[in-house]
Design a protein around this ligand. Structure first.
Ligand code: ATP
Ligand code: MG
Length: 562
């Protein structure tokens, strides 16, 4: 079969060609290289699924490598969170987790090697001078006055940099390539900077740190990576990546390929911006259920395979675009509709007294855990004289023919239970409805009354056995489709102030007292919800997060669909 017939993506085509030509002795070795300066987000999931997915598909290996060359912004907390998230998505890295910082000795030796080859020099211009002398896209750069230093002098100065004898910013090591190269990346890029900072892995061993370009390709080479995938913005760095691989005594020659990053509508996926939301207290930590972080999605009840399915759906291409967030929502709904256990919860409880039921009577009703999957078993629903229904399911006067729910003098079926009739409405002094007095028809369990049809079915919970619960309804965090694409306003300007609605106390069926955290249940007619363990402990009552509404109400609003 040809590759086009099998419909494989451009990266798979590259790999299959390499395998056919035995380019890397038949090996496929990829890596996922996060910088531990924040939590992983949905964009990273695309890269994880790509790298780990290719290793799985082609019987190869995928490393997890922390690209920890910048000691300023990195923390151990992020390292742990990243490992947890990769595992959660269902992937296992090859061997131990790796750290770019453990190659610092080799990278240092390779820097010395370049000096020795007269391909690197110590520049004592300051950052501003270096910036200006790089030129622009239309003008060539100017050579540094320190560029022609001899190699002995460079070796001695670089050793001084390493020994901490220069102040921060007083000197850098640069590659000697071409100051008038059309690609700005090739105009004597900086290899090492002085940073008098402790590092979370290497402590105080180093006060000089390699830059991204000098580190990344060499790390790939040290690890025997065959295909190094990164997002499109690194395409300009590729000639430099190749230059290092060509000029250094590396043990393997990896190749870099670029793919389009994931951009999602109504979402920001930049660690820096997510960190700002966290630091400014706009959200409740990195795992706030409104964030597109993997820990946020998990806390919201999104199953990992829904994210993998989404990544499969969007595919991998070379052209950048914005993916509609409703595609992610669709994957979540589809997955949960198939597998979420059903339960009943009443968000705005209205008390109903079943007047023809004796006070001490309790009947045990049964309901399927999943309507299409008997294998998921049954659950028990106590039914007593007092139940709660949702305020929205009752009106005193039937407004029109379409109204199938309860009204004074009308009938409705309680889901998984009996048909009830409303005979009386009790109100407080202000006229607010306090209670409904109803009667139930004992002949109607699982079947319609013999002489009439009852079309409406509403959800309910038993008053005595149900539990009070807090329900947190989340909406999109941003009200704008591209919150970080506006030059005149910061992305925080577009925060949706309706992104969180807290309802308390709602009532949930007793079975939900044993709900598993991070596991979504369908609250019938309301949406998918999962227990928030952290909040439940903090607040001392059950707290549920809405994972997603049943239908795409947003779509309805924007398209005017009914
Ligand atoms: P951010 O822009 O959020 O700060 P980053 O690129 O700095 O992300 P890294 O930790 O360097 O974050 O990313 C690790 C890997 O994930 C890189 O290979 C990067 O290309 C990839 N990646 C990051 N964001 C996306 C995205 N939106 N879509 C696809 N891949 C991404
Ligand atoms: Mg990066």
């Amino acid at each position: 079969m040809s590759t086009t017939e099998r419909n494989i993506n451009f990266i798979e085509q590259i790999i299959e060609k390499d395998l056919a030509a035995n380019t890397h002795q038949g090996r496929v070795h990829t890596r996922f290289p996060p910088e531990p300066n924040g939590y992983l987000h949905i964009g990273h999931a695309k890269s994880i699924c790509l790298n780990f997915g290719l290793a799985e598909k082609y019987n190869g290996k995928c490393n997890l490598r922390f690209d920890d060359t910048n000691p300023e912004k990195e923390e151990q907390e992020y390292v742990e969170a990243i490992k947890r998230d990769v595992h959660w998505l269902g992937f296992e890295w090859h061997g131990e987790a790796l750290y770019a910082s453990s190659y610092f000795d080799t990278l240092y030796q390779w820097a010395v090697y370049l000096i020795d080859q007269e391909l690197a020099y110590v520049d004592e211009q300051n950052a501003e001078q270096i910036r200006i002398s790089r030129g622009s896209l239309t003008e060539p750069g100017e050579e540094s006055p320190f560029r022609s230093r001899n190699k002995e002098e460079n070796l001695a100065l670089f050793e001084k940099m390493r020994a901490g004898e220069f102040a921060e910013g007083a000197a850098v090591l640069r590659a000697k390539i071409d100051m008038s190269h059309p690609n700005m990346c090739m105009r004597d890029p900086i290899l090492y900077r002085i940073r008098k900072q402790s590092h979370h892995q290497t402590g105080d061993k180093w006060c000089i740190y390699p830059g991204y370009d000098f580190a990344h390709g060499q790390e790939d080479a040290i690890e025997g990576i065959t295909h190094s995938f990164c997002t499109l913005e690194f395409a300009v760095n590729r000639p430099l990546y190749d230059w290092f691989i060509e000029h250094l005594p590396v043990p393997c020659k990896p190749r870099q390929y670029e793919f389009a990053p994931l951009n999602l509508s109504y979402t920001v996926t930049s660690k820096r911006k997510l960190k700002q939301l966290v630091d400014e207290g706009i959200v409740d930590g990195w795992d706030d259920p409104r964030l597109p972080t993997l820990s946020g999605l998990r806390r919201r009840g999104v199953p990992p395979h829904a994210i993998r399915q989404f990544c499969e759906m969007i595919g991998v291409t070379k052209s950048e675009g914005v993916v509609d967030v409703s595609m992610l929502e669709y994957s979540i709904r589809e997955t949960l509709n198939k597998e979420a256990p059903r339960a009943m919860a009443v968000l705005n409880p209205l008390k109903v007294v079943i007047t023809n039921m004796p006070e001490d009577q309790q009947e045990m009703l049964q309901a399927q855990v999943h309507p299409q999957d008997e294998g998921m078993g049954f659950r028990r629903l106590p039914f007593t004289r007092e139940v709660f229904i949702d305020k929205a399911d009752f009106v005193e006067v039937k407004p029109n023919k379409k109204w199938k729910r309860l009204f004074l003098g009308g009938e409705v079926r309680l889901r998984n239970g009996y048909v009830i009739r409303c005979n009386e409405v009790l109100k407080d002094e202000q006229g607010n409805i306090q209670q409904l007095n109803c009667t139930y028809d004992p002949e109607t369990l699982g079947k319609d009354p013999s002489d009439r049809k009852v079309k409406g079915v509403i959800h309910w919970v038993d008053a005595a056995s149900s539990c009070p619960a807090e329900v947190r309804l989340y909406d999109r965090l941003f009200s704008d489709e591209t919150p970080d694409a506006h030059k005149e306003r910061p992305f925080t300007h577009f925060i949706n102030d309706q992104s969180l609605t807290i309802i308390y106390p709602a009532r949930v069926e007793a079975n939900l007292a044993k709900a598993l955290p991070e596991k979504a249940y369908q609250f019938e007619r309301e949406g998918y919800f999962c227990l928030d363990e952290k909040m439940t402990q903090q607040k001392g009552h059950l707290v549920f997060n809405r994972t997603i509404a049943l239908r795409d109400s947003w779509q309805k609003l924007t398209t005017g669909e009914k």
